[in-house]
Design a protein around this ligand. Structure first.
Ligand SMILES: *Cc1c(COP(=O)(O)O)cnc(C)c1O
Length: 432
C-alpha cells in the first residue's frame, strides 16, 4: 500500500498544533495527571511519533499495557473482524470469545474460574468483594496489603493501596484495609486478627519502585493464610501476563528458586497487558471459591465483551506463537546486565537495578548528589525520564528515585540495544 506523505509542515504550524492540543486539555480535561509536554500521533511496534514527527523508542509500553507494541497488524485485524461480527451483547447472554478467554487464562494458572471487568482497580474490587463474601458470616472483612503497594484509584483501591499520597484529601477511607511492610512475614503475622479475611500482594511492586517479593515471603504468606483460613490474592495487573517471562510473576519468582511446587493463590487480578491497549480486566479465582459470587452478586456492563475477549485471545495466541515470554526473559537479562554495567562504569548515578523480565527499574542517587540535576526542582526520577525523552526514549518514573522499563513483550534485540545505548549516554551525562 502506498502512503501519500504530506510535505513536512512548517515548524510553526506544528508548534501551534501542539499548543492547540494543550489548550484543549487546559480547558476541557480534568487536570488530575501531571503530563509531559509531548503529544503522540501514531505508533508502530515499539516506536512512537509525536505531532512534530519526532520518533521515540517506547520502553514504557503505556505503563505495561502495550504488550505487543503499537499498531500490531494482527491486533488491528482482530479488532476489525470481531467488530464486524459482534461488539457487545451484555452479560445476560452467552458468547464464545468470553468462554474461550476464560479457558485460556485458567489453562495458564490452575483450575478455577474467571470474572471479566474493565480495569485493574475493578479486578481488585472483585477480589475485595469475594473476600467479604467468603468471610461474611464470620465477620472477617479485613484485607491486609503492603506498604508501597498500588491497587488502583477507586475508593476501595486507594484504601487498599499502601501509599499515603493516593489517600490524601479523600478520607475517610473504606473500612477494612490495613498495611504491613512488604517482605516482612513477622509483621504480617502480627497484623492478622479475628477480622482478617484476606491478604493482597503484588508479586513485584510496580508503582512502589520495582520490588520483588522473595520466594520465602511468598511461601511464608501462603502457609500463614492456610493456618488462619485467609484468602491469598495476588495483584498481577502490572507484573502479570508474561512480563517476567512467566505468566504470573509468582511463577517466575518461585520458579527461579527451585520450582512453583504446590504454591497457589486464591485469586489473581489482571488487566494492563491482557488487552494490549484494549481496556479489559479480569480476576481468576481458585476452584474452591469459584462459585462464591453467584448470580446477582457482582457484575459490570462491559465486562468480557466479545470484542475485548477476541483481542485478548489473539494476544495470548501471538505471545505463545512468537515465544514472547522467552523474549521477555532474555531481553530482561540483557537490560539487567547492561544497567548493572552502566551502574558500575558511571559511579554515583545508579544505585540499584531491580526487577525481572521486562519489568525493570533502576534507582537513582538522591538528586542532591547529582550536580547535573536541578536540585530543589522535580524528583530525580522525573528529571531523568525527561532527559531520556529529549534523547528519544520513553520510560516511566516510579516514586522519587526509580525509572521503570515496561516495554512491549515483542521488543526486538536491536531496539533493546538502542535503548540501552541511549540510557547509557544519558547516565554518563549525569555524572559530569
Ligand atoms: C495499574 C495498576 C492497578 C490499577 O489498574 P487500573 O487499570 O488503572 O485500574 C492495580 N494494581 C497494579 C499493581 C497496577 O499496576
Amino acid at each position: 500500500m502506498k502512503e501519500i506523505l504530506p510535505t513536512a509542515p512548517a515548524h510553526e504550524i506544528v508548534e501551534s498544533r501542539m499548543k492547540s492540543i494543550r489548550g484543549l486539555f487546559d480547558r476541557y480535561v480534568v487536570p488530575s495527571y501531571g503530563r509531559f509536554e509531548i503529544a503522540f500521533e501514531r505508533g508502530e511496534g515499539s516506536w512512537l511519533w509525536d505531532v512534530y514527527g519526532r520518533k521515540y523508542l517506547d520502553l514504557g509500553g503505556g505503563i505495561a499495557v502495550c504488550s505487543l507494541g503499537h499498531a500490531h497488524p494482527e491486533v488491528a485485524a482482530v479488532l476489525a473482524e470481531q467488530s464486524r461480527k459482534l461488539l457487545h451483547v451484555s452479560n445476560l447472554y452467552y458468547q464464545e470469545p468470553q468462554g474461550r478467554l476464560a479457558q485460556e487464562i485458567v489453562r495458564h494458572i490452575a483450575p478455577g474460574k474467571i470474572f471479566f471487568c474493565n480495569s485493574g482497580a475493578e479486578a481488585n474490587e472483585g477480589l475485595y468483594k469475594l473476600a467479604r463474601k467468603v468471610g461474611h458470616d464470620a465477620g472477617r472483612y479485613e484485607v491486609i496489603t503492603a506498604f508501597n503497594s498500588f491497587h488502583g484509584r477507586t475508593l476501595a483501591g486507594i484504601s487498599a493501596t499502601g501509599q499515603e499520597k493516593v489517600k490524601k484529601g479523600f478520607e475517610p477511607m473504606v473500612d477494612g484495609f490495613r498495611h504491613v511492610p512488604f517482605n516482612d512475614l513477622e509483621a504480617l503475622k502480627n497484623a492478622v486478627g479475628p477480622k482478617t479475611g484476606a491478604v493482597l500482594l503484588e508479586g513485584i511492586q510496580g508503582e512502589g519502585g520495582i520490588t520483588s517479593a522473595t520466594p520465602e515471603y511468598l511461601r511464608g504468606v501462603r502457609a500463614l493464610c492456610d493456618e488462619h483460613g485467609l484468602l491469598l490474592f495476588m495483584d498481577g495487573v502490572q507484573c502479570g501476563h508474561f512480563r517476567t517471562g512467566s505468566f504470573q510473576s509468582f511463577q517466575r519468582i518461585l520458579g527461579d528458586a527451585g520450582g512453583v511446587g504446590d504454591f497457589l493463590p486464591d485469586g489473581i487480578s489482571m488487566a494492563k497487558s491482557l488487552g494490549g491497549g484494549f481496556p479489559i480486566g479480569a480476576f481468576w479465582v481458585r476452584e474452591k471459591y469459584a462459585d462464591v459470587l453467584g448470580p446477582g452478586t457482582h457484575g459490570t456492563t462491559y465486562g468480557g465483551t466479545p470484542l475485548g475477549c477476541a483481542v485478548a485471545l489473539r494476544i495470548f495466541e501471538i505471545i505463545q506463537r512468537d515465544r514472547l515470554a522467552e523474549n521477555a526473559r532474555a531481553l530482561g537479562d540483557f537490560f539487567h546486565g547492561g544497567l548493572e554495567r552502566i551502574a558500575a562504569e558511571v559511579p554515583g548515578v545508579i544505585t540499584a537495578v531491580r526487577g525481572m523480565g521486562l519489568m525493570l527499574g533502576f534507582e537513582l542517587a538522591p538528586k542532591e548528589e547529582m550536580p547535573a540535576l536541578v536540585s530543589g526542582e522535580k524528583p530525580s526520577s522525573l528529571q531523568v525520564v525527561q532527559r531520556l525523552h529529549d534523547a528519544g526514549v520513553l520510560t516511566i518514573p516510579s516514586g522519587e528515585r526509580v525509572v521503570r522499563l515496561l516495554p512491549a513483550l515483542n521488543l526486538t534485540q536491536a531496539d533493546a540495544e538502542h535503548g540501552l545505548r541511549v540510557i547509557r549516554e544519558v547516565i554518563v551525562g549525569l555524572a559530569k
